[in-house]
Write a protein that binds this ligand. Structure first.
Ligand code: ADP
Ligand code: MG
Length: 730
């Protein structure tokens, strides 16, 4: 290891011992310590106010200002008892993170002093100057304000000395500038549509909630090594680095013993997450070296999204305390697995039934089939859009590579459920059920034991797999806000269920019995959505051809995939389901394209700089050492044959180095020239497509030669930490 690199690693290692706060209490005692949850509402609010707030939370009704004032007083009292001095609205703009602006609990007392104050107005609404957030042109410059409004369904929490109030973020003209506003609308749409359909099976259902259980994958690297890699620092991924001789080929990391230093980090992280009400449950080593996963127990979708955003920021902070950097990029290292964030999703009724779980009776089975089939219908009709919802410059590296689902959305159901759907499709309604006098309907649908279905053969290659009582949307990226995928999925399923109900009701109106109407409609849909069902190997080339034949969206270019948001079918769906309007979708696409091209632009600049300042100078220096040696040998021996023999190897190396450095120099120059040409485009989509088609290919081409040089140049001279150092925590 080079002297410089060695020092960096040692520094990182010295930082290692960390005092981990180990609370004396059990997790059940400190869980949600920093959350203004139901228990604290009850304790700190007058009973009447408590009831009004619960009502607003449960029914999604607005909170009158007089009530908000009383809620604010209770919250302030609780917060101050916890040492809090500031508050902020906490929202999710269309960037990768969250946003906050802290205000102290302070007001003039108008007697020359100050008092601690926090009003209902401050709780409910603030007006951040939002012109600096991505808005895709929604906000014209003369109207710079947006406003953030508290979402009472998202509990308020404390970080350090600050009370964090989760809010939606919208423009003054009402357009969403964030993820939460459309997510809430999508959840309302799926609630409405699913409740109406669930009522066919149980009149008592009045509300359906979407559940989300995400599984967060991430990498850890030593802080010092990270600091010595400008590419990691500036782009979140390594733009170069030869594969380590040993990486994940021994399959010895997955579920392996967690290294002590990492276990300390995990413990610390989990305690802090639990204190914030995030129900952490599972932790383990992932497939790649230095790759890990954390999964909480599933929660209501909106809350789960908040919790994931919160967790990602906690992870970054806690990692630094432990001398690590937490990498959430989907593909920080080439040649080994990238990171995803499986989104486990299902619908539950307020009567306590998971609509995607098989249940016990044949009637349950019909309900189960209905919700599985209509989910598939949503996914089938909008498979291109769903892909767009998870696509980004960073996730593009993972999809289509040989470790993650391809850039084609399909659904794996497993043998049992597939056979069940086939049976419904191929039998007549008469065959499936017989009227049994006053006992009602008897369905001849095979029983699906709940336990067995939970053990269905897992298909790891499917982007949208059924796993027993839920679907697992696996294509979501590790750094993504889950809301993007959840907005598209819940809206698509809401549309499918609405459409289903319309057709069932029409059949009933025409005289069919309810069960007949449901079965006939399902049979139609099972046939229609068949192309989305695929239980085979999603990584195979045959599947790509087959998917094309089936008419599934097979586009692989990230900026072109974003077009799916503006397809008539998508706009129509979002508008009909009251989630987003066309101009909101257009504005959001502007942001996606802009983000895309800027990311590639930054990568291209960083790579160019590193080539010119690190790679070429280092390789040339080594080349001079070799040349010097050749020169000295020539001076030392007079026999030309002998000289030739002695210098042959080094001369070959000198030539090789030259070949690589020339390629790099020429291509960096060409890449810079290309950027200049491409940057002239004013239309942001054209710009994004050009960066994808014309600039990005240089990154891989140049990298190939850098990685070859890394193998040739003397280890001591190479300035950048190598994969074999970055990937193995000591
Ligand atoms: P894996 O898929 O790796 O086997 P788990 O079985 O631990 O992982 O589950 C992953 C996530 O799925 C967890 O967050 C879990 O709470 C969540 N989950 C379990 N059942 C459901 C459900 N019905 N709906 C949504 N999420 C669920
Ligand atoms: Mg899973």
């Amino acid at each position: 290891m080079s002297n410089l690199r060695f020092k960096v690693v040692e520094e990182a290692f010295k930082k290692r011992p960390v005092e981990v706060a180990t609370p004396a209490e059990r997790p059940s005692e400190y869980f949600a310590k920093y959350v203004f949850n139901q228990e604290k509402m009850f304790k700190y609010l007058p009973l009447k106010t408590y009831k009004r707030l619960r009502e607003a939370i449960e029914q999604g009704t607005p909170l009158p200002m007089s009530v908000a004032d009383e809620v604010a007083q209770g919250m302030k009292q609780w917060a101050m008892s916890m040492g809090v001095t500031h508050c902020t609205h906490w929202f999710q703009p269309l960037t990768e993170g969250t946003a906050e602006k802290h205000d102290a609990f302070l007001e003039h007392d108008w007697k020359g002093g100050m008092i601690e104050a926090f009003s209902g107005k401050e709780l409910v609404q603030q007006e951040p100057d939002a012109s600096s957030f991505p808005n895709g042109g929604i906000r014209s410059t003369f109207e710079a304000r947006g406003y953030s409004a508290w979402d009472p369904a998202s509990p308020v929490f404390i970080i350090g000395d600050t009370l964090m109030i989760p809010t939606v973020f919208i423009s003054y003209t009402g357009e969403a500038l964030d993820y939460k506003a459309p997510l809430k609308k999508a959840l309302a749409a799926v609630d409405k549509a699913a409740t109406a359909v669930a009522k066919y099976f149980n009149e008592d259902v009045t509300r359906v909630t979407a559940n989300l259980g995400w599984e967060q994958e991430y990498f850890l690297v030593d802080e010092g090594l990270y600091a010595a890699r400008p590419d990691l620092l500036l782009t979140g991924r390594t733009l170069m680095g030869h594969e380590s001789s040993k990486n994940q080929q021994m399959e010895d990391h997955y579920f392996g013993a967690i290294p002590e230093r990492v276990a300390e980090f995990m413990r610390d992280l989990e305690i802090q997450a639990l204190e914030l009400g995030i129900p952490c449950k599972t932790r383990h080593n992932e497939v790649a070296p230095n790759q890990f996963e954390l999964a909480p127990i599933f929660e209501e979708c909106n809350l789960a999204v908040d919790h994931n955003m919160l967790l990602m920021s906690l992870m970054r902070n806690v990692a630094r305390k432990h001398g690590f950097r937490c990498l959430l990029h989907e593909k920080p290292f080439a040649g080994i697995n990238g990171s995803g964030k499986h989104n486990n999703w299902s619908l539950t009724t307020d009567t306590g039934i998971i609509l995607h779980a098989p249940g016990k009776t044949p009637e349950d089975a019909l309900r189960f089939i209905t919700f599985v089939v209509e989910t598939l219908m949503g996914v089938y009709r909008h498979n291109g859009l769903l892909k767009a919802s998870i696509m980004s410059a960073t996730n593009a590296h993972r999809l289509g590579a040989n470790e993650a689902p391809p850039a084609i959305i399909s659904s794996f159901l497993g043998k049992q459920v597939s056979e069940l759907l086939d049976r419904v499709e191929h039998s007549t309604t008469d065959e499936l059920f017989a009227m049994e006098g006053k006992h009602g309907v008897k369905l001849d649908i095979p029983q699906i034991p709940e336990l067995m279905i939970d053990n269905t053969d897992r298909n790891r290659t499917s982007p949208f797999a059924f796993t027993g009582n839920r679907f697992e949307f696996r294509a979501v990226g590790s750094i993504a806000n889950c809301a993007s995928a959840m907005i598209a999925l819940n809206t698509a399923v809401a549309e499918a269920l609405t459409d289903f109900k319309m057709r069932v009701d029409a059949r009933i109106a025409a005289g069919a019995s309810k069960v007949c109407a449901i079965l006939d409609t399902l049979r139609e849909d099972i046939k229609t959505c068949k192309p989305i069902r695929f239980d085979g190997n999603g990584y195979s080339d045959e599947w790509k051809e087959e998917a094309q034949r089936r008419g599934l969206d097979c586009e692989t270019s990230c900026p072109v995939i974003f077009d799916r948001y503006l397809d008539e079918a998508s706009v129509d769906m979002f508008e009909k389901m009251n989630v987003m309007h066309r101009h909101e979708l257009e504005a959001r696409n502007e942001i996606k394209w802009e983000t895309y091209y800027k990311k590639i632009q930054i990568e291209s600049r960083v790579l160019g700089d590193l080539c010119m300042n690190h790679i070429i100078p280092v390789a040339t220096k080594y080349q001079s050492v070799l040349a010097d040696n050749v020169h000295k040998l020539q001076a030392a021996f007079s026999d030309p044959a002998k000289v030739k023999e002695l210098t042959a190897y080094n001369i070959t190396l000198i030539e090789k180095i030259n070949k690589h450095t020339s390629f790099i120099a020429d291509n960096v120059e060409a890449m810079v020239e290309k950027r200049k040409v491409v940057n002239k485009n004013e239309d942001v989509r054209t710009l994004a497509v050009a960066y994808h088609d014309e600039v990005a290919p240089y990154l891989d081409a140049i990298r190939y030669h850098i990685d070859k040089l890394e193998l040739i140049v003397e280890d001591d001279m190479w300035t950048l930490p190598k994969y074999r150092e970055l990937l193995f925590i000591r």
